[in-house]
Write a protein that binds this ligand. Structure first.
Ligand code: FMN
Length: 190
């Protein structure tokens, strides 16, 4: 079982020794760091949304309305967040969403995500548009739960081929993305 709490304990312990990790601790700082290291067009592609980005803003606002309910007077010596999903045992109720440009923002990004999912035992969906071949992604995810995300195309043979390859490579499930029938109006990346 992955002890996710010990990750935070490790950060605090290092903090006492005035050691800081390479990566920022908050989303705002992470975004700012990405802005610094990525070229303009790549950053805007990842950060940008459709039209005036209202939907994106509303997504964030709505998510912020969710909170955690603290459970008092419970045994917290073992913090078990495991659950089951499609019959598989997961270490935590978290599934990484498919991101097709990992290779653009970080060299070897697709495999890095799969290795991180493997190390933490976190489930993930892996994009059709990965830079790394799907077989390598399947290998890198180790024992963690992996769904292959499919963009179906008009070419049935291509779709069929992708599904068969994903199945042969050992993916546990198939996720089908239906909302990219036409490209969104994205004014940012010019
Ligand atoms: C840069 C970027 C690339 C994405 N690539 C894919 C993809 O290849 N396949 C897919 O099904 N969804 C893709 N998505 C959509 C995400 O998987 C996710 O569904 C979407 O971002 C909504 O979740 P969010 O509100 O947490 O961002 C991508 C999103 C972003 C921002």
């Amino acid at each position: 079982m992955t002890d996710f709490g010990s990750f935070q304990d490790g950060i605090y312990a290092e903090g006492l020794l005035a050691k800081h990790r390479r990566f920022p601790y908050t989303f705002v700082d992470l975004e700012e760091r990405a802005r610094q290291v990525l070229d303009h067009a790549t950053f805007d592609y990842v950060r940008g949304g459709a039209g005036d980005e209202t939907t994106q803003d509303v997504n964030v606002t709505e998510l912020r309305r969710y909170g955690f309910v603290p459970r008092m007077l419970r045994d917290r010596s073992v913090r078990d967040m495991s659950t089951t999903f499609l019959g598989a045992e997961l270490e935590a109720p978290v599934v990484l969403c498919p991101v097709g440009v990992n290779g653009l923002v970080h060299e070897g990004g697709d495999l890095a995500v799969a290795r991180a999912a493997s190390a933490l035992g976190v489930a993930a969906m892996y994009s059709t548009l990965s830079e790394a071949p799907l077989e390598e992604v399947a290998e890198a995810r180790g024992d963690s739960f992996a769904a292959f995300q499919l963009y179906p195309t008009k070419d049935d043979r291509l779709t069929d081929n992708l599904v068969r390859r994903a199945d042969k490579a050992g993916f546990d499930a198939l996720t089908i993305t239906l909302d990219t029938g036409s490209l969104g109006w994205r004014p940012r990346p010019a």
